[in-house]
Write a protein that binds this ligand. Structure first.
Ligand code: NCD
Length: 361
């Protein structure tokens, strides 16, 4: 069975196919209005969302399918103590495809091990968000005409911003990409992503870390702004200290290229002033609409790929993964810290990492 848990679950050519299909859907919406007739999407959202859930739901409705689900963990059996594994086994009897958002890192991976239908990760903790990445890639393709030879600045909360982690992984696979990481020291990328970029550097992807937006503005093709993720801080005063680290305003936009684009996964708090919305380079609301089209393309594709597929009796762990129930993942936000799941790991560069959240053991 094919799922989408991490952006690298799709090859570069598969990402290309999904983006082209999204472009064909945009050009011929009536042509795709019945292709998922009779199919049901289950949206299992254990964490707040506006855009992502509505985007998934409207995508399935526009394909002619229907939608069931919950938008709040409090209204599901999780309050009675049901595990993710059991919930998805149950939902597999009712739906054809699942989109899951969860506050625990790795929860969608657990879901994919137990579901009998394809699972899409709609955001897990501060870990990853592969469908936002597809949204970002489609937007970049439509706005810039290409996905290679681009300089992209990631600005804001690179530590907890899962959209940044997934987009860095995905963009690293294209040629001539330069990435500039703009964050205060306290919001630098987490350890597993710093390790990932060290590996990417060896393969020729350029990375640079800076502390101000101004010093790099003129060289950017894309500025990817992010919100400081208040809900992930354990210390309120630390959040207060860093919350307004970067504010994009028309003054700063003056230093940017005339064809630079500004992306933001939204919701925005203070990091982009309202006046920037009127600048034609502000692409974040166009990005939202692309999210629906790319999710239409993704769900249609996953349903086709999985047509007739049967899950293995024992979940297929995937290449390089192994179970060792004597080891523990040290990350308290990892699903393996609270659910009784098999502890799955992989080795890279002599280190052992948790397969659910990538934390180093
Ligand atoms: C993002 C998310 O949930 O990670 N939003 C989204 O899906 N569009 C970004 C955020 O919450 O800041």
């Amino acid at each position: 069975m094919r799922h989408l848990i991490d952006p690298t679950n799709l090859s570069v050519s598969e990402v290309g196919e999904i983006i082209s299909l999204a472009e064909r859907i945009i050009a011929d919406r009536p042509g795709y209005s019945q292709v998922c007739r009779g199919k049901k999407l289950a949206t299992l959202f254990y964490e707040p969302s506006t855009r992502t859930r509505l985007s998934f739901e409207s995508a399935m409705l526009e394909l002619g399918g229907s939608v069931i689900g919950f938008s709040d963990a409090a209204s599901s059996s999780v309050t009675k103590g049901e595990t993710v594994a059991d919930t998805v086994r149950v939902v597999s009897c009712f739906a054809d495809i699942i989109a899951m958002r969860h506050f625990k890192e790795g929860a969608p991976l657990v879901a994919s091990q137990y579901a009998r239908i394809p699972v899409i990760n709609a955001g897990d903790g501060s870990h990853s968000h592969p469908t936002q990445t597809l949204t970002d890639l489609l937007t970049i393709k439509r706005e810039k005409g290409r996905l290679d030879h681009l300089t992209i600045g990631f600005c804001g909360d690179l530590k907890f911003g899962r959209t940044v982690h997934s987009l860095i992984k995905a963009m690293s696979r294209y040629e001539g990409i330069r990435m500039i990481l703009i964050s205060p020291e306290a919001l630098r990328l987490p350890e597993y992503m710093l390790h990932e970029i060290e590996n990417q550097k060896q393969k020729g992807v350029e990375f640079r870390e800076v502390r101000t937006m101004e010093e790099v503005m003129p060289e950017l093709d894309i500025l990817y702004m992010t919100r400081v993720q208040k809900e992930r801080f354990t210390n309120e005063s630390e959040y207060e200290r860093v919350k307004d680290s970067f504010i994009l305003d028309p003054e700063k936009m003056r230093a940017a290229k005339s064809d630079m684009i500004v992306l933001h996964p939204l919701p925005r708090v203070n990091e982009i002033t309202r006046e920037v919305d009127n600048d034609p380079r502000a692409a974040y609301f166009r990005q939202v609409e692309n999210g629906k089209f790319v999710r239409m393309a993704l769900m249609y594709t996953l349903l086709q790929w999985n047509e007739g597929a049967r899950p293995a009796a024992v979940p297929d762990l995937g290449p390089g993964l192994f179970i060792d129930n004597t080891k523990r993942c040290p990350n308290p936000r990892c699903i393996s810290a609270t659910e009784n799941v098999d502890r799955v790991f992989y080795r890279v560069d002599d280190a052992c990492r948790c397969a659910y959240c990538d934390a180093k053991i």
